[in-house]
Design a protein around this ligand. Structure first.
Ligand SMILES: N=CN[C@@H](CCC(=O)O)C(=O)O
Ligand SMILES: [Zn+2]
Length: 411
């Protein structure tokens, strides 16, 4: 099947195949073509150019995009889309003055979601998660990473990972799976947290690997959750099963998680709301992608990741949603790019790069996704008629998306 999109007002994020991520000053550039066409063959981008080079005698069906823009779908490299129930009562508690930490200390937070998840049958978790995935795809997400971490028992962690597997099998977009058994310490291990780490490392991890349920390993490296020693131990063990780290670090405190991640060749280190000089030094020269989650900062009223300093240090940066029931009950990447510009002082070009090619890198997908490149998957967003691409982050809360294509098919 061939489709020829014509009169595209501006075709965004055109890249050569060898570009896998953009860093530092490169992030300010967003290569585009004005007044363009794009040819899709089956599930791939076959070709594109300016309208004066429009292929003649093509048998492709034509779609006129006058006044509209076309850009790659968002690559959301950090989500917890698979969960059961919600935590809106904790939201009300926070409005009434309790902090995220106080709620967690009372047995709320991650442990609250774990209880609900453990009690919810797998089919029901699948149905709830499927609805969220459909929603984010309609909002322009065309590749996604999903973590476990609300199970916290062998049975429930495997249940979550099997739901992620089912989503991957039933949907056309790439779904990457991350094992986050070390997300919080269950109440029964409060006085013996090392025993929980033993369970995760010696019992659950080998089963996850055996059933090939995850590509990546994650841990919440944070005061009150897991230490740098736990992190080193887990990442070491996971590397023996070929699971590369994508880890939660520096959300509330900088305790050395960034270096632990980089030392284990992490694909990404995520959150980074609190950064110290050692963290920047660890990241420089590494292959690890820093990932910012601004919707989490908005929802919890915590600092935003210092994007300016990260990018101005020559580092790359990716943007993701962190969609989860506790700290970010939103999977909307359009809001993420708006917040990145408004709150983190990223330029629209930097934000779009961070949410596409760099997000793809943070999921090992930049060979096939994240840019308009011949041979890549035909995953793209068609906007409504908009004056410029800056309008996307500027008009925050407005839906500027007209349609979304995944593997060459309109969803
Ligand atoms: N910080 C750790 N994990 C999630 C939140 C988990 C929750 O509150 O349910 C996050 O990335 O923000
Ligand atoms: Zn997270």
């Amino acid at each position: 099947m061939e489709i020829l999109f014509t009169n595209i007002k501006e075709l965004l994020q055109i890249r050569e195949p060898e570009v896998k991520k953009v860093s530092g000053k490169e992030m300010k550039e967003l290569p585009t073509l004005k007044n363009a066409w794009l040819l899709v063959k089956d599930d791939q981008i076959a070709d594109f150019g300016t309208m004066d080079t429009l292929p003649e005698n093509s048998n492709a069906s034509r779609i006129d995009l006058k006044g509209k823009m076309l850009l790659p779908t968002w690559c959301d490299s950090h989500t917890h889309i698979v969960y059961a129930g919600n935590r809106e009562l904790e939201f009300a508690d926070r409005i009434n003055g309790l902090s995220y930490e106080e709620i967690a200390n009372r047995g709320g937070g991650i442990l609250n979601s774990a209880k609900t998840l453990q009690e919810t049958p797998e089919e029901e978790v699948f149905e709830q998660s499927k609805a969220r995935l459909i929603e984010v795809m309609q909002q322009g997400t065309g590749a996604v990473e999903i973590k476990s971490g609300y199970g916290l028992t062998e049975e429930a962690e495997l249940k979550m990972l099997r739901v992620i597997k089912q989503l991957r099998e039933k949907f056309e977009l790439p779904v990457k799976s991350t094992f986050l058994g070390a997300h919080a310490i269950p109440a029964e291990y409060k006085s013996t947290p090392e025993k929980y780490m033993d369970l995760v490392i010696n019992e659950i991890l080998p089963k996850v690997a055996e059933e090939q349920l995850a590509e990546y390993i994650d841990i919440f490296c944070e005061k009150g959750y897991f230490t740098v020693e736990d992190t080193n131990r887990l990442l070491e063990a996971a590397s023996k099963f070929g699971l590369r780290p994508k880890i939660h670090v520096n959300q509330f405190n900088a305790i050395g998680g960034v270096k632990a991640g980089v030392d284990h060749n992490a694909l990404s280190v995520d959150h980074l709301e609190v950064m110290n000089e050692d963290d920047y030094e660890a990241l420089k020269g590494s292959d690890t992608m820093p990932v910012a989650l601004p919707s989490c900062s908005l929802f919890l009223s915590i600092p935003y990741t210092p994007a300016r300093k990260i990018i101005d240090s020559g580092l790359p940066l990716a943007l993701a949603t962190d969609f989860n029931p506790g700290s970010t009950p939103s999977g909307n990447m359009n809001l993420v790019i708006s917040l990145a510009c408004i709150k983190m002082k990223m330029t629209p070009e930097e934000a779009i790069n961070a949410a596409t090619i760099n997000g793809a890198y943070a999921m090992d997908l930049s060979e096939t996704h994240g840019s308009i490149t011949k041979g890549k998957k035909a995953n793209f967003i068609i906007t409504k008629e908009i004056p410029s691409y800056t309008f996307l982050p500027y008009a925050f809360g407005t839906n500027s998306i007209e349609s979304v294509y995944i593997n060459g098919k309109k969803i």
